[in-house]
Design a binder for this molecule. Structure first.
Ligand code: C2E
Ligand code: CA
Ligand code: CA
Length: 508
């Protein structure tokens, strides 16, 4: 480009010199000035045209370079992820599609793995985006060390990674085993705490695997994606930090779950939810309280257990609306029983998602006001899982509700995470001994020891105890002898439609 500019300059210089030269000729020789002017103008014109052409050439080659740069940039942006430099979702799809084609043509297999960092959002919110970003990058580095050269590691988005393993040779069983082995190695590596100099960060990942086999030629790219997603969902559902291989039954389970989700959205407005009550009795056998347990009168499937739909309600957030409705019903029952001078406490299960709602306290205050229920009669059952995140915020909220007179109970006590130091800080009224510890009584020594220590702990902290799931007289006798005060189980009564229990109570 520089030499071209020099050329142009020399042409201009030459023209100028020629002009001076011809002018001097006019002066010295008797030449026609018109002829001289015409000649020099012509020369200038020629020089101008050459200059213009040269310029255009330079501009064109500059433009070509810019275009290539822009194309590379567009390609980078549209096929690669900014943070990690890894291929993005689009590139992942391209690679997967290619390897499926290749597998079909050459009678091979290909695998797609989806990896999702467990509880990444919490980590990101707690420690900040900088740590979150570092974790993502470090995760990519850890995964890479296990991958063969021909594999593609991509970051389709957020805390998710995808791996395409092309050209897998051998029988499908051996291929599956090898892919699962690799996935297991990756899972293990991601479960090792991350050392970021100042601190260790505990993390883990869930992995879903789908294998494309030459025998399943009808499977499309979107089928493969859905299958890997379903397997990943399965890993998350079975408690995370797990590898799952897609199996056909999983798809059915996901479909059922989706169908439940769709129906559940309409259940409230269609008035299909039912409030059941299970009695709680004291040492003398008198009904002194009841636990609210939900049922769903499904138009097709009949009366459905909460174990089937509460997890769906939790995952979709529908639990918030359902919880509101249930709380209103429970408070109305308290008011009705109080009007008849019944000394009854009513327990309501509160799921973590419901408890964490910003306006949860406000909601309860309003419900108490509208229904006129006595807060002293209301007990909220929470689980230990609620105490795993932001425990101080949870405690503050509990204290606020306790100041209204509401009691708190820890449900399924002993089955989850429980820290004795936190237990002392919690404004609790009672503990519920889980059915699994009552089951083995009176013969199982371990169950006996656990029940004994829960009762001792409760005495120490001045808490009431309700034993759940009592089905046999021997269990009841053992619990009574150990100092338990309140009992709940099929022995005294299964959960029944609320009106049924209310009628019994009002008639006594
Ligand atoms: P949970 O709170 O631990 O409730 C006790 C469960 O044990 C109830 O099952 C009850 O019917 C059952 N049960 C009580 N006594 C016995 C017994 O002697 N033998 C046997 N085999 N079972 C007994 P249910 O009603 O199916 O509820 C299951 C779970 O669903 C509840 O466990 C609770 O975690 C959840 N759930 C129920 N209603 C609600 C609700 O309104 N909100 C929320 N968040 N969760 C709810
Ligand atoms: Ca409960
Ligand atoms: Ca329970």
């Amino acid at each position: 480009m520089i030499s071209r500019k020099k050329n142009v300059l020399s042409i201009i210089l030459a023209c100028a010199l020629y002009l001076i030269f011809t002018w001097s000729l006019v002066e010295i020789l008797p030449l026609n000035p018109l002829y001289v002017i015409l000649t020099s103008t012509g020369l200038l014109l020629i020089a101008n045209i050459i200059l213009h052409l040269e310029n255009r050439e330079t501009q064109q080659s500059d433009k070509a370079i810019e275009l290539i740069q822009a194309q590379t940039e567009i390609e980078r942006l549209s096929y690669y992820d900014e943070l990690t430099g890894l291929p993005n979702r689009r590139m992942l799809l391209k690679k997967m599609s290619q390897s499926m084609q290749d597998a079909s043509d050459r009678h091979l297999h290909a695998a797609l793995l989806f990896i999702d960092i467990d509880h990444f959002k919490t980590l990101n919110d707690t420690y900040g985006h900088e740590i979150g970003d570092r974790l993502i990058k470090e995760t990519a580095t850890r995964i890479k060390q296990f991958l063969p050269d021909e594999a593609t590691l991509a970051r389709p988005g957020g805390d998710e990674f995808g791996i395409v393993l092309p050209e897998l040779k051998g029988e499908i069983e051996a291929v599956s085993e090898a892919v699962l082995g690799l996935a297991e190695q990756i899972r293990g590596a991601l479960a090792v705490p991350f050392d970021f100099g100042n601190d260790f960060y505990h993390s883990s990942a869930s992995i879903g695997v789908s294998i494309y086999s030459r025998g399943t030629a009808k499977i499309t790219l979107s089928d493969m994606l859905r299958q890997a997603d379903t397997a990943l969902f399965q890993s998350k559902d079975t408690g995370r930090n797990v590898v799952s291989l897609f199996e056909t039954h999983m798809q059915e389970e996901v479909n059922t779950r989706l169908a439940i989700e769709q129906d559940l959205r309409k259940a409230l407005s269609r008035e299909e939810l039912r409030l059941f009550l299970q009695p709680q009795i004291d040492k003398k056998g008198k009904i002194v309280g009841a636990e609210c347990l939900l049922r769903w009168q499904h138009p097709k499937h009949g009366l459905m257990s909460p174990a089937l739909f509460i997890p769906v309600a939790e995952n979709t957030g529908l639990i918030v609306a359902i919880g509101k409705w249930l709380l209103y019903q429970a408070c109305s029952i308290i008011t009705r029983l109080d009007a008849d001078n019944q000394q009854m406490r009513i327990s309501v299960n509160v799921s973590p998602r419901q408890f964490r709602q910003q306006d949860f306290v406000k909601q309860i205050k309003e419900t108490l006001k509208v229904t006129g229920a006595d807060p002293q009669k209301l007990i909220l059952e929470i689980t230990e899982s609620l105490l795993m995140e932001n425990v101080h915020e949870v405690i503050a909220r509990m204290v606020e509700l306790q100041s209204l007179g509401i009691g708190f109970s820890i449900d399924d006590f002993g089955t989850g995470y429980s820290s004795l130091s936190y237990l002392k800080l919690l404004p609790l009224r009672e503990l519920k001994i889980d059915k699994s510890f009552v089951d083995g009584l009176p013969l199982d020594l371990d169950d006996g020891a656990i029940v004994g220590s829960i009762l001792a702990l409760a005495r120490n902290l001045n808490l009431e105890v309700v034993a759940e799931g009592i089905e046999k007289e021997e269990q009841l006798d053992y619990l009574k002898a150990s100092g338990c005060q309140l009992f709940q189980g099929y022995l005294h009564g299964k959960p029944v439609f609320c009106e049924e229990l209310i009628t019994t109570l009002l008639a006594r």
